[in-house]
Design a protein around this ligand. Structure first.
Ligand SMILES: Nc1ncnc2c1ncn2[C@@H]1O[C@H](COP(=O)(O)OP(=O)(O)OP(=O)(O)O)[C@@H](O)[C@H]1O
Length: 353
C-alpha cells in the first residue's frame, strides 16, 4: 500500500503562479477528498500527482519513492477525469480493457475483470456498443471503469460522477468508495461539492486559490474550522455571519444583543469581529425581536428565515414540528449559547482562538 505526500509543491504557467507551496499527506488506504470552489486548483494538483502535468517546484512522493521527475506510466498511479479520452470506435468493454494494458493480466482473467467492473457500473446492457454511440453518462461511467478495472494502489478520481443523474450518483459514489476501501486503495477524490466531501472522506483537503486552506477529518473541519472560508464553505445549511463590534470586553451582535468577548481576545477590543453562528445553534424563544420571513420544511427539520435588527437575515434550523413553529409574518425572539459562537478576524478570515 502506498500513501502520497506533497512537499512545497508549486505550479506556474509562465509568470502566473497558480499553486503555492502545497504540503499534503495522504495515508496509505485513505480516502482523501480535495474540495474547493471552481479555480481552487484541485484538477491541476491531481494531474501533477498523476504525472500528467509537470511540477514547477517541490517534491511528490508515492510511497517512499520520489516520483517528481517520473512519467505518468512509471508512477503506479491511475487517474480518471471528466474529459478522459475514450476511444470512440471501440466498445465499452474494449475501452474498459484498455485500463488493464499496463498490467500483466491473463486474457481470461481480463475478461472477468472487465465484466465485473461493467456490472458494478451498470454498464452490462451496453457492454458491446461503441462508445461514440453512447450518451454522456454512460461514457463517463466507461471512463471510470477504465480507471478502476486495474486496481491500482493509488487512484485519482476528479468529479468521476459529475454527469450522472442524482439518484445514480448518490448510490454509485457510496458503493465506489466502499469498493475501493475494501481493496485498500489510496483514493484521492476531487469535487466542488462540500456535502459530497463530508460524506466520503476520511480526510478533507480544502483548497482555495492554489493553497491548502485546511486539512483534516470531516468532523474536525466542520466543528473546528481555522478560517471563516472553511466554516462557510463546509456549512450546510449556510452559516449565519454577523459583523460584531468588540468594546470593553463585550461583543455587540446586530439584532442579537450582546455577548462576552472571551478574556484571551481582549486585544480585539475596539475592533470588529466576524461571528459565525450555525443555524442549528440558534433557538426560538418567546419575544418579538425578529419577524419570520421564510419557512421551509427540509429533511432535517424546518428552516426559518428571520429578519430583525441586523443587516442580514438569519437562518434558524429546528427539529420542532412545523405546526408548533411561528408562521411567516409572526414575531419571535432568538437565543444562542455564547460557546457556540465562532469568532474570526474579518480581514484575514483566521479564527480567533
Ligand atoms: N494551461 C493553463 N494555463 C494557464 N492557467 C491555467 C492553465 N490550466 C489551469 N490554469 C489556471 O489554474 C487555475 C486552476 O485550474 P484547475 O482546473 O486546476 O481548477 P479546479 O479547481 O480544478 O477547477 P475546475 O475543476 O472547475 O476546473 C485556474 O485559475 C486556471 O485558470
Amino acid at each position: 500500500m502506498s500513501g502520497v505526500s506533497l512537499r512545497k509543491v508549486v505550479k506556474r504557467y509562465g509568470a502566473l503562479q497558480v499553486i503555492h507551496d502545497i504540503d499534503i499527506d495522504v495515508a496509505a488506504g485513505e480516502v482523501c477528498v480535495f474540495v474547493g470552489p471552481q479555480g481552487c486548483c484541485k484538477s491541476t494538483l491531481m494531474r501533477m500527482i498523476a504525472g500528467l502535468e509537470k511540477t514547477s517546484g517541490g517534491v511528490i512522493c508515492i510511497g517512499a519513492q520520489d516520483v517528481t521527475a517520473l512519467d505518468a506510466a512509471q508512477r503506479g498511479v491511475v487517474m480518471a477525469y471528466p474529459t478522459d479520452e475514450l476511444v470512440p470506435h471501440l466498445t465499452v468493454a474494449e475501452n474498459i480493457a484498455l485500463g488493464l494494458k499496463a498490467v500483466d493480466v491473463r486474457a481470461g482473467d481480463a475478461a472477468g475483470c472487465v465484466a465485473d467492473t461493467a456490472r458494478f457500473l451498470k454498464l452490462d446492457d451496453c457492454l458491446h456498443m461503441k462508445v461514440r454511440k453512447l450518451p454522456e453518462d454512460q461514457r463517463q461511467r466507461t471512463a471510470l471503469g477504465r480507471a478502476i478495472v486495474r486496481r491500482a494502489p493509488v487512484l485519482l478520481l476528479d468529479e468521476p460522477l459529475s454527469v450522472q443523474d442524482a439518484r445514480l450518483r448518490a448510490a454509485l459514489r457510496e458503493a465506489l468508495v466502499q469498493r475501493l476501501r475494501d481493496t485498500g486503495t489510496t483514493l484521492i477524490y476531487g469535487t466542488h461539492d462540500p456535502a459530497e466531501a463530508m460524506r466520503l472522506a476520511d480526510r478533507i483537503v480544502v483548497l482555495r486559490a492554489g493553497r491548502v486552506e485546511q486539512a483534516g477529518a470531516p468532523q474536525d473541519l466542520c466543528h473546528d474550522p481555522d478560517t471563516l472560508f472553511v466554516a462557510e464553505f463546509l456549512a450546510s445549511p449556510a452559516l449565519n455571519v454577523l459583523t460584531a463590534r468588540a468594546d470593553d470586553g463585550m461583543l455587540t451582535l446586530p439584532g442579537l444583543g450582546t455577548a462576552p468577548l472571551p478574556r484571551h481576545l481582549f486585544a480585539h477590543n475596539g475592533t470588529t469581529v466576524a461571528v459565525g453562528l450555525r443555524p442549528q445553534h440558534l433557538a426560538l424563544v418567546p419575544g418579538d425581536s425578529h419577524r419570520v420571513t421564510g419557512r421551509d420544511v427540509v429533511g432535517d427539520g424546518t428552516h426559518l428565515t428571520l429578519t430583525g435588527g441586523g443587516e442580514r437575515a438569519l437562518t434558524v434550523v429546528t427539529a420542532q414540528s412545523a405546526t408548533a413553529l411561528p408562521q411567516v409574518g409572526a414575531r419571535t425572539g432568538i437565543r444562542f449559547r455564547y460557546q457556540d459562537m465562532l469568532l474570526f478576524d474579518p480581514v484575514s478570515s483566521r479564527r480567533l482562538r
